[in-house]
Write a protein that binds this ligand. Structure first.
Ligand code: PLP
Length: 379
């Protein structure tokens, strides 16, 4: 087969998104305004939640979730050991203690059995990550968590579901990302979701310096010259209306993107099944996968080469791959701060060393998918 160059991910943005940013640019209302509000409404409807609040990233969404839940010094927050570092960092921002929980190498998500051992009377919250678009086993987690607030790190899980309920509506607060590697993008960007009026009001103020009214309300209200009161220590995590305008276009394409990805994921699963050294995503019917990434696990005992050599060989053939993500407890900052060893979380260590995401995105053609399969079968 002729060589092709296939990036790990490429967003689908084009004329529609380009035209959408015209309105805020012409009107001059560029910061959080009508376009962000429209995006929030569309996002809330799609994810069946009462409130959706746009912010600058999933990281800032997670940070506001921690602040809204009053996480502070002396508190512990449980975080999966295999996730993007931001999930743990937001706990550190609040001077609280990160307590890692191991993951199940089959799903890459929290192992409920290990979670049972990590809860103490200091546990202030649990962050359940829906990694790569597959929801964590929320029923099992909720049963163990009891009254402990559950935050969904749904950075990768726009449009995903669990028992018919969308991600973002499964816990107390959901946190989404619109980074270009996610299924839908606004460049950078994030969304908070919640069914709680109290948390929504608090997070809405927190994203805008703690102001009691939004800038749009004030400027278009009866007394725009009066500055609002600031009731709490807040942040500037406001999404711009340029991003909001792009988000309005992208959210309408979300389900079509996921459906297309699901078809190609099924193609990979069928075509790659014969490789006994490659574990493919496998999960039961209660999950609706969001297919942010297609992440495999290389069985290094059976594989012809180790994971890193396979990634290098594929790169030489033009096929980009990446490790799924990283084991946060093995990163220097966390290793030293909490005196951790790689083997403290064997599931996370295994998937840190052996996971491999292969290209799955909406700019790939049938020939691209066939080429990836061909390269994997002919290393
Ligand atoms: C699981 C997880 N959480 C949080 C984040 C942070 O998202 P953002 O880049 O929008 O801050 C990411 C980003 O890759 C992620 O994968």
């Amino acid at each position: 087969m002729e060589k092709r160059n296939i990036p790990i991910s490429l967003p689908v943005t084009g004329d529609e998104e380009w035209k959408a940013v015209r309105a805020p640019l012409i009107s001059g209302w560029i910061t959080t305004g009508p376009k962000v509000r429209e995006f929030e409404q569309l996002f809330a409807e799609r994810h069946q939640v009462k409130h959706a609040l746009a912010v600058t990233s999933a990281t800032t969404a997670l940070h506001l979730a921690m602040v809204a839940l009053d996480v502070g010094p002396d508190d512990e927050v449980i975080v999966p050991a295999f996730t993007w570092v931001a999930t743990a960092n937001v706990v550190e921002y609040c001077q609280a203690r990160v307590v890692f929980v191991d993951v199940d190498p089959q799903t890459f998500n929290i192992d409920p059995e290990d979670l049972k051992k990590r809860i103490t009377d200091k546990t202030k919250a649990i962050i359940a990550v829906h990694l790569f678009g597959l929801c964590a086993d929320m029923d099992a987690i909720k049963e163990i968590a009891g009254d402990i607030p559950l935050v969904e790190d749904a950075a990768c899980a726009s449009g995903a579901g669990y028992n018919g309920v969308p991600a973002g509506a499964l816990g107390d607060i959901g946190c989404f990302s619109f980074h270009p590697r996610k299924s839908i993008t606004t460049g950078e960007g994030g969304m908070l979701t919640t069914n709680s009026d109290m948390l929504a009001e608090k997070m809405s103020m927190l994203r805008n310096h703690g102001a009691s009214v939004s800038e749009e309300q004030r400027h278009h209200g009866p007394r725009p010259y009066i500055l609002p009161d600031f009731n709490m220590l807040g942040f500037n995590y406001r999404m711009t209306d340029l991003q909001g305008a792009v988000g309005c276009v992208q959210i309408k394409k979300l389900d079509a993107f996921i459906d297309e990805r699901a078809e190609w994921a099924a193609f990979y699963k069928k075509e790659l099944a014969e490789l006994d050294w490659l574990q493919l995503p496998d999960y039961d019917d209660k999950f609706k996968h969001g297919w942010q990434s297609f992440v495999t696990l290389v069985d290094e005992e059976k594989a012809p080469f180790n994971r890193n050599d396979i990634m290098e060989l594929l790169q030489e053939k033009g096929v980009s791959t990446r490790p799924g993500t990283h084991a946060v407890h093995m990163l220097n900052y966390y290793k030293e701060r909490y005196q951790l060893k790689a083997d403290d979380f064997p599931g996370a260590r295994l998937v840190n060393d052996c996971s491999m995401a292969i290209p799955l995105h909406n700019r790939m053609t049938g020939e691209d998918f066939a080429y990836v399969v061909h390269c994997l079968k002919n290393l």
